[in-house]
Design a protein around this ligand. Structure first.
Ligand code: HEC
Ligand code: HEC
Length: 310
């Protein structure tokens, strides 16, 4: 018990000053915030809600997300009352993550991956909320999305009826605790499938190609097949190879992760503990192998003439 409290304090220290040890009530709050901060990393909230390219303030929004349906601008989720989510209640926040519904009851676009976050446990959402309340409020107005003429919020309701069932993660009793932890982190928090599973023309995930990669990933990226298929997936990687990749971006062949995956690792996965990364790897390597050949991204094209690299 003491050990657990100590560990959470160390974690809390990464994001705020640890309270004095005699402040019991503060300790509980601090460990809840630390739990939320950890999840926040795993879930990659920072990357989307911060306009890092233009050195924007953390979580103040403004990052552009280009998709087939137009450009979405992630909103301000700092506790600023006027321009952020300072006036939201915890219930409203929980509803946004679990059901994809905004504060005034409007449908939220699935560019916000609530299709994954819906699977978070109520306790983890509670911790995330505590953490988000603790960050510095920033006053910055949201930028309106620039969407194709036919895209509207009421349409999302119909989309959800076909492609989305709000539901917390259900553990699989036949599998180990580590496998379930990995599946939970991968599905509910790190939302690997939001990028690695191809979508159909309506933006719905193609379940039959779960984690099999796509040429039409977010921001026009090519996202590789990460099923254990030997030829077109990562069947040659061991679970340890995958664990190190998720921590450092280093591939078994010596290349490093590029594009969106570099962000996912640097802003998030890199901060997770070894056991959690190993659990994610354990889950991913036991997925069914699917053959889906794509141009492998991240491969460095060798220079044409020798002089270029001499
Ligand atoms: C892939 C990018 C992406 C990630 C990752 C992401 N969001 Fe968002 N989020 C968005 C976009 C885009 C919207 C706007 C949706 C809309 O307008 O319908 C949004 C909306 C929201 C809203 C509603 C805000 C409002 O003013 O209506 C909340 C709350 C929120 N996100 C919290 C989070 C949290 C917490 C996380 C991490 C667990 C997270 N987001 C991760 C892109 C993202
Ligand atoms: C925001 C989109 C996104 C998310 C979320 C994401 N990935 Fe990736 N992933 C990519 C892209 C893009 C690449 C290609 C990177 C490159 O060009 O080097 C990639 C590459 C990889 C690779 C390297 C495979 C190869 O053959 O090169 C692995 C393994 C991987 N991702 C696993 C995961 C796992 C596991 C998760 C969840 C914990 C995850 N990814 C979440 C977009 C994403």
């Amino acid at each position: 018990m003491i050990l657990r409290v100590c560990c959470s304090l160390v974690l809390a220290g990464m994001f705020m000053l640890a309270p004095p040890s005699w402040a019991a009530a503060d300790n509980t709050a601090a460990s809840l915030i630390a739990q939320g901060a950890y999840l926040f990393r795993a879930a990659g909230c920072l990357g989307c809600h911060t306009n890092q390219k233009q050195h924007g303030k953390a979580l103040a929004g403004g990052r552009a997300l280009t998709t087939a349906f137009g450009t979405f601008y992630a909103p301000n989720i700092t506790p600023d009352a006027q321009t952020g989510i300072g006036k939201w209640s915890e219930q409203e926040f929980t509803r946004a993550l679990r059901e994809g519904v905004g504060r005034s009851g409007e449908q939220l676009y699935p560019a916000f991956p609530y299709t994954a976050y819906s699977k978070l446990s109520t306790q983890d959402i509670h911790a995330l909320w505590a953490y988000l309340r603790s960050v510095v409020p920033v006053e910055q107005r949201n930028k309106p999305h620039e969407l194709k003429w036919y895209v509207s919020r009421p349409m999302v309701r119909m989309w959800k009826a076909v492609y989305f069932t709000p539901r917390a993660y259900q553990p699989d009793a036949r599998k180990s605790a580590a496998w379930n932890r990995g599946a939970y982190l991968a599905q509910a928090a790190a939302h690997c499938g939001e990028c690695h599973t191809p979508r159909n023309a309506l933006g719905g995930s193609q379940r039959s190609l779960y984690y099999a990669g796509t040429r039409n990933g977010p921001e026009n990226s090519v996202v590789p097949n990460i099923t254990p298929d030997k030829k077109t997936g990562i069947g040659q990687w061991s679970a340890n190879d995958l664990t190190s990749y998720l921590e450092s971006g280093l591939m078994p062949n010596g290349d490093t992760a590029g594009s969106l995956m570099a962000e996912v690792i640097d802003n998030g996965l890199h901060y997770l503990n070894k056991d959690d990364l190993a659990a994610i790897a354990e889950y991913v390597v036991t997925l069914p192998a699917l053959e889906n050949a794509l141009d492998k991204p991240g491969k460095k094209t060798p220079p044409k003439r020798k002089e270029e690299w001499e």
